[in-house]
Write a protein of this length. Structure first.
Length: 429
């Protein structure tokens, strides 16, 4: 690689802005560590007049990022727009076809089109780097691709979304409602304005799990319909009850091989307070890998925000500048396989159920009879009456039960007029 490297940055949102400052302020540091001089020759964003911490040279500003490739000689392009399709995909595809290295934090793009884009990068002998797409400042992808490269990984689990982890932590700490804590998260910039649906419904974490699966198990990115639930239905009552039972609620992303079949899922879990994952709080992320011969490995750090994300982007930049031309998913495309999906109906686990009912005789026996018909046995049962409202909360923790049986019970509960609303289900880790 030549000594003077031309850089383009596409997208000047929160991450793009922070990245620009890093590139401008750390030129000497980059040269010291790589022997390469970087030269910012193109920038693209929707609005050139928006107030920013740095001045944009109008001579290198492009409203249409596709014109960058037509008019400038680019070596490395940062894509920080963040969409899975449209201009995000077009600029990455065009760059790779023109033998330009691409660095992106775009998990939506990689989880949807990663197979195609990585093959394109391989054909054109350039890098597609996306360390920043999973867990921000935690170098989990490099760890799997390089540090754990000779290990056989069979399971990865983690807290992969800082927004939801912050909300659950604050609900426990302050005893405030989900909606109140969400407003605070938005005011602090941890959650997007409006309704941050992709964080709250689990999709953000699930996109990351698909990327982790592809790296850990050498498989093509899966397209299976999977078990995915968010935290929108977690009530402060659940936080209080599980706290008394010595548990915490965490939104976890989990991927594993069961009988050589792929089981990916994202959902709230009850985790013991004295476990490592149970004590990862606030906006922190943590990823735990299980492999052989290494055993259990844990990485923790800030998973969200412009700072940690930019740190990962700069790490990818230095890797390219040092001449590390490598496969995006660690191995050649033709060696990556398709793994069949594990049937989630067979998922065996203990469950927490909170059922709001009319407080009258016979209701509890109706519930336990429904459970018994599906061979679900009760390990623990708590009944919390509200005499004023003439209602009660029935909390049940089951012995290990099949997912299909629990879902069947939930359907039957909805038909029971003594059950006041949809029961809350949380799986135990």
């Amino acid at each position: 690689m030549k000594n003077k490297i031309n850089i383009a940055v596409v997208g000047l949102g929160q991450i793009g802005n922070y990245l620009m400052n890093e590139l401008i302020s750390k030129k000497k540091d980059i040269e010291l560590k790589t022997g390469k001089k970087i030269n910012l020759v193109a920038v693209s964003a929707k609005n050139p007049n928006k107030k920013r911490k740095f001045k944009i040279n109008r001579k290198i500003f492009f409203r249409n990022p596709l014109n960058i490739i037509k008019t400038k000689k680019i070596d490395i392009l940062f894509e920080a727009i963040g969409k899975s399709d449209g201009i995000s995909k077009k600029i990455v595809v065009n760059s790779l076809k023109n033998k330009i290295h691409v660095i992106t934090p775009n998990k939506a793009l990689i989880s949807k089109h990663g197979d195609y884009l990585s093959k394109l990068a391989e054909i054109n002998k350039v890098n597609l780097e996306f360390e920043a797409s999973v867990a921000g400042g935690i170098p989990i992808l490099k760890t799997i691709k390089e540090s754990l490269a000779t290990n056989k990984i069979h399971k990865i689990l983690g807290i992969l979304n800082g927004t939801t982890n912050y909300i659950l932590t604050e609900m426990e700490k302050t005893k405030k409602s989900f909606s109140d804590v969400l407003k605070k998260a938005q005011a602090l910039g941890y959650a997007e304005p409006g309704k941050p649906t992709l964080d709250l419904n689990g999709y953000d974490a699930f996109a990351k799990i698909r990327i982790l699966s592809a790296l850990a198990f050498n498989n093509k990115i899966s397209k299976y319909k999977c078990l995915m639930e968010g935290i929108e239905n977690i009530d402060s009552k659940d936080i209080e009850i599980t706290n008394q039972l010595n548990y915490r609620i965490k939104l976890l992303g989990i991927t594993e091989l069961i009988n050589n079949k792929l089981f990916e899922r994202v959902h709230p879990c009850l985790v013991k307070k004295d476990t490592y994952i149970g004590n990862v709080n606030g906006v922190m992320n943590a990823v735990i890998t299980h492999g052989s011969p290494v055993g259990e490995s844990i990485l923790q750090g800030e998973g969200a925000g412009a700072g940690p994300t930019s740190s990962a982007l700069m790490s990818d930049l230095l890797s390219i500048l040092r001449g590390n031309i490598k496969y995006s998913f660690g191995i050649p495309d033709f060696k990556r396989k398709k793994i069949n999906a594990y049937n989630s109906n067979n998922y065996l686990n203990s469950m927490y159920l909170r059922i709001e009912v009319k407080d009258k005789p016979g209701v509890l026996s109706q519930i336990t009879n429904i459970l018994a018909k599906r061979n679900i046995s009760v390990e623990r049962l708590i009944q919390i009456p509200d005499h004023k409202k003439k209602t009660a909360s029935i909390v049940i923790i089951t012995h290990k039960s099949k997912e299909i049986d629990v879902q069947s019970c939930l359907k039957n509960f909805r038909l029971n007029k003594n059950i006041l609303k949809r029961p809350t289900l949380i799986r135990l880790l």
